[in-house]
Design a protein around this ligand. Structure first.
Ligand code: SF4
Length: 295
């Protein structure tokens, strides 16, 4: 985003990048994502007070309290994080905007908000912590629940899921990736790449809900996602080819310049398409969806 966001010799400590003690359920994927955000900002030397973190409603949207305690935060109403973030962005373009949301927040009530933030190319990092259920209201299927996924009470979901990665690609986001809360080695670089990116950067992070959606038959359980992790952690698309210094072959690495001028190498890029080709990325996502591998 902005080289000036870096702390350089200002002398922040790791504690400035952490937040309050989490009140989420022990083992919730969202806490791993908070840890990855802390790690990414720490490694990039981002000055915490140059970060604005915004969220909506849901377990995911509670998490900004648990990272970057020395930054600015605003907890908006349900599904409305993108509008408030857009307004803040217009008032002050010098901050790094981190939008944290969930699948209920962004794929249902906030779907229009999500769509227009992507369409407008709002300069932000947009992270959806995707577990397929409304955790805060006790585990009803959300709009990203996979068809055929089984609820804890044995109910099968018959509806097609909203695939936010596919939507982000179609609507014009210029950095689109999918990660897994349980794969920190891949998630931290994905977040760093999004921070370095100028424009709308979207990361869909599959983040299991241990309390309501982690049983056998759930396609967003730790076991299921670990089995399918090869397909989950990847960059689908990144615009502005100049940002990529090495053209990745399928299954290889990708090099992304960082705000400090260094190069970030993303390990094991699981993509069998050229991530600078939007149409190829859309076909790739649709092919995975048709196979039921990542939805
Ligand atoms: Fe996480 Fe689910 Fe607990 Fe919410 S209910 S904190 S999503 S494990």
């Amino acid at each position: 985003h902005h080289p000036s966001l870096q702390a350089n010799a200002v002398g922040y400590t790791r504690r400035d990048y952490e937040g309050k003690i989490s009140t989420l359920c022990a083992g919730c994927g969202h806490d791993s994502i908070s840890a990855a955000i802390i790690q990414a900002c720490w490694e990039l030397d981002i000055q915490p007070h140059r970060v604005a973190k915004l969220s909506g409603i849901g377990c995911s949207s509670k998490t900004p309290d648990y990272f970057l305690g020395a930054s600015h935060g605003f907890n908006t109403v349900h599904g409305r994080m993108p509008s408030v973030l857009t307004g803040a962005n217009l008032a002050n373009r010098d901050l790094l905007y981190l939008g944290v949301s969930g699948d209920g927040d962004s794929a249902s009530i906030g779907l229009g908000q999500f769509a227009h933030a992507m369409r407008r190319g709002v300069n932000m990092v947009y992270i959806v912590e995707n577990n397929g259920v409304y955790g805060l209201t006790k585990g009803q299927f959300s709009a990203t629940a996979d068809r055929g996924s089984k609820s804890k009470k044995g109910v099968i979901n018959h509806d097609s899921p909203v695939d936010l990665v596919g939507l982000a690609l179609q609507l014009g986001a210029t950095y689109v990736a999918r990660g897994f809360s349980g794969d920190k080695e891949q998630l931290v670089p994905l977040i760093k790449g999004a921070i370095a990116h100028q424009g709308a950067a979207f990361i869909d992070v599959v983040s299991p809900c241990v309390t309501f959606n982690n049983h056998a038959g759930s396609t967003k359980s730790y076991d299921y996602v670990r089995e399918h992790n090869e397909a989950v952690s990847r960059i689908d698309f990144i615009a502005l080819g100049a940002e990529i210094t090495a053209s990745p072959a399928p299954g290889e690495t990708i090099d992304l310049p960082q705000p400090d001028g260094s190069i970030m190498r993303l390990r094991k890029l699981h993509a069998d398409h050229d991530p600078t080709d939007r149409v190829a990325a859309m076909n790739h996502v649709q092919a995975l969806q048709a196979k039921g591998e990542v939805v």
